[in-house]
Write a protein that binds this ligand. Structure first.
Ligand code: BGC
Length: 377
């Protein structure tokens, strides 16, 4: 072997060692690859509905449709290594469009939760949001953001789906043309990140959230009573018989509302009239923070909620009654069959001077980030 050939051989060997060392290092870092697929999901009011499925390197899957910007599936692994769908939902678009659909997986706006009698003032002018719940306005009115078709755009990198919707001035009784953008991202560490932004051309009220219902057993337990919940909140906002906040902030200590220490949901459920359907005042400063955790001992799955919002509506599926149609695998979603953890501003804030403001003015940008992060232990 000539000296030159030997030098070349040594160089090739060195490069190959270097590449190997780099790729070994790469195996230690998280694989951020996400695979995106899409499939036709039906037609609504003449517009095609598409389901986008994101799959990360662990195999976790999330489905999103442009009808209502709704989540359709969240498939994660249990401690026995089996995969299951922890999102309560439907097998087709007909499920989502049925009148009784209690907002499964959907984006909620322009105002999540209730506005008393739908009436509120902005700059001294009285507005009337559409009434759809015992004389109150719930989740944006008769045709909220959960019942409209969003424009969906997969983003570069295949891990995010961007949804856009423009809500017209006066729509459902809200002032201002509101441009809303929501980006769903499936992260490498099994999180579903939801980034909301919005701008308006007239002062309006805004409260956006996602209304995913979870049962971490993925169909193995009929209710969420055995799930163990912890919420970082020392106070909550009590409500009247119509579920409108009384305006008070009460301490959770020594009440069934206390989830400061992890507690089985079923333990105090019967002590709360109608079940849990309240807004907890989160112990948090500005910024994205961990606010709640729910664990299902049966499957070993846990869900951690992180948010920038000041409130969390924990709803124990009190109105589910087993009558919904087109459910996944024909499951009957019975009372307490699933729970929601809706990150939000406080209900009826437009009428409650003591609650954090929900006003959005022209020139400002509404922002909200929430992450639902899944793990198995
Ligand atoms: C509300 C419940 C309501 C449910 C479904 C929740 O966000 O707090 O009162 O029944 O949504 O409509």
């Amino acid at each position: 072997m000539s000296k030159k050939v030997l030098q070349g051989f040594i160089l090739t060997l060195a490069i190959s060692f270097f590449n190997h060392a780099c790729s070994s290092n790469n195996t230690n870092t998280m694989d951020t690859t996400v695979k995106l697929t899409s499939q036709a999901y039906g037609v609504f009011e003449g517009q095609p509905i598409t389901e986008y499925t994101l799959t990360n390197a662990h195999g976790m899957q999330v489905g999103i449709i442009n009808y209502g910007g709704a989540l359709t599936k969240i498939i994660t692994q249990a401690k026995d290594s089996s995969w299951g769908d922890v999102l309560t939902g439907y097998d087709s678009l007909s499920g989502f469009t049925q009148t009784a659909n209690p907002y499964f997986g959907a984006l909620i706006g322009r105002y999540a939760n209730r506005i008393a009698k739908g009436t509120y003032k902005v700059d001294g002018i009285e507005y009337h949001a559409a009434l759809n719940n015992n004389g109150q306005s719930l989740h944006g009115g008769l045709k909220g953001f959960d019942k409209v078709v969003w424009t969906a755009t997969p983003l570069a990198g295949d891990s995010s789906i961007q949804l856009n919707y423009e809500s017209k001035d006066g729509e459902e009784g809200y002032p201002g043309n509101l441009k809303v953008q929501v980006v769903y991202t499936l992260t490498a560490d099994n999180g579903i990140k939801i980034d909301y932004t919005a701008t308006t051309d007239k002062t309006t009220v805004i409260n956006l959230t996602n209304h995913a219902y979870f049962n971490l057993s993925a169909g193995k337990s009929l209710t969420i009573k055995d799930h163990i919940l912890q919420i970082n909140a020392n106070q909550y906002t009590p409500v009247d018989a119509l579920l409108i906040p009384t305006g008070e902030s009460l301490d959770v200590k020594s009440t069934p509302m206390d989830f400061t220490q992890a507690k089985r949901i079923g333990d105090d459920l019967d002590k709360v009239e109608g079940g849990y359907d309240h807004n907890w005042i989160l112990n948090k400063a500005e910024g994205l923070q961990e606010v709640a955790n729910v664990y299902d001992p049966l499957s070993g799955r846990s869900l951690t909620v992180l948010t920038t919002e000041p409130g969390l509506q924990f709803y124990s599926g009190n109105f589910l009654d087993g009558t919904l149609m087109h459910t996944k695998n024909g499951i009957q979603y019975i009372k307490h069959g699933a729970l929601t953890l809706e990150t939000q501003h406080f209900p009826d804030a437009p009428n409650q001077a003591k609650f954090p403001t929900t006003l959005l003015k022209p020139g400002e940008t509404y922002t909200h980030t929430t992450i639902y992060k899944f793990a198995t232990k």
